[in-house]
Design a protein around this ligand. Structure first.
Ligand code: BEZ
Length: 211
């Protein structure tokens, strides 16, 4: 059985484009997004890394560190970064792990042998400050990821960790949220002073509490 939501993520040391790091120490008290891509000098990955670089401030605002990985060596990542800056207009501003021995890829199950024996798939892992795994998504090599969705999930996770709520379909920061069914109506009146709408006893909506 591979890594599952709620598991403490494996710790490791690895060479990266920002030097050697120890993963849990590097995360510190931050949230983390670890994402793998199939290979360096490939077109879809080039666009993805440019986008993550452009979104760096958005991740920082959410107390989140991002780190990339492929099974190519660090020296190749550094060569490729020049192309990313040239073609995407943004310099890569986060570390990329070089994993030629597939040490980290194996720990996180990033090689799916029936897709490819050689390449890591496009995996995304969100890790919370307790180092627990909170989200995994796996995309096929041919589909570039939507990193706005990763930011959206971070917003949701950080909100539900503070309040007894969950977030509905397509929710975005600032929209109404769902009151947990474990909260009685009586308690909800105190906890959610902006009020709430009851569509069904199990479906109560309230304005986002911290807005
Ligand atoms: C790409 O990034 O474009 C890519 C990488 C591996 C397989 C297919 C596409």
């Amino acid at each position: 059985m591979g890594l599952q939501l709620g598991d403490v993520t494996p710790d490791f040391t690895a060479g990266t484009t920002h030097g050697e790091l120890s993963f849990h120490e590097w995360l510190g008290n931050s949230w983390g997004v670890l994402f793998s891509h199939p290979a360096d000098f490939t077109p879809v990955c080039t666009t993805e890394l440019g986008e993550v670089a452009r979104l760096k401030d958005e991740f920082t605002k959410r107390n989140t560190k991002v780190i990339g990985l492929s099974v190519d060596p660090v020296e190749k990542h550094l060569e490729w970064e020049k192309d990313i800056e040239e073609t995407q207009g943004s310099a890569v501003n986060f570390p990329m792990i070089g994993d030629p021995e597939r040490k980290v890829a194996d720990l996180f199950g990033m090689i799916h042998p029936n897709a490819s024996n050689t390449f890591t798939v496009r995996s995304v892992f969100i890790i919370d400050p307790a180092k627990k795994l909170r989200l995994t998504i796996t995309y096929p090599a041919s589909t570039g990821r939507n990193f706005q969705e990763i930011l959206r999930v971070l917003d949701s996770l950080q909100l539900v960790d503070r309040y007894s709520v969950s977030t509905p379909v397509n929710w975005r920061e600032g929209e109404d949220v769902i009151i947990a069914t474990s909260v009685t109506d009586e308690d909800a009146k105190a906890k959610f002073p902006k009020g709430f709408k009851t569509l069904k006893p199990y479906l109560r909506l309230t304005p986002q509490p911290n807005k």
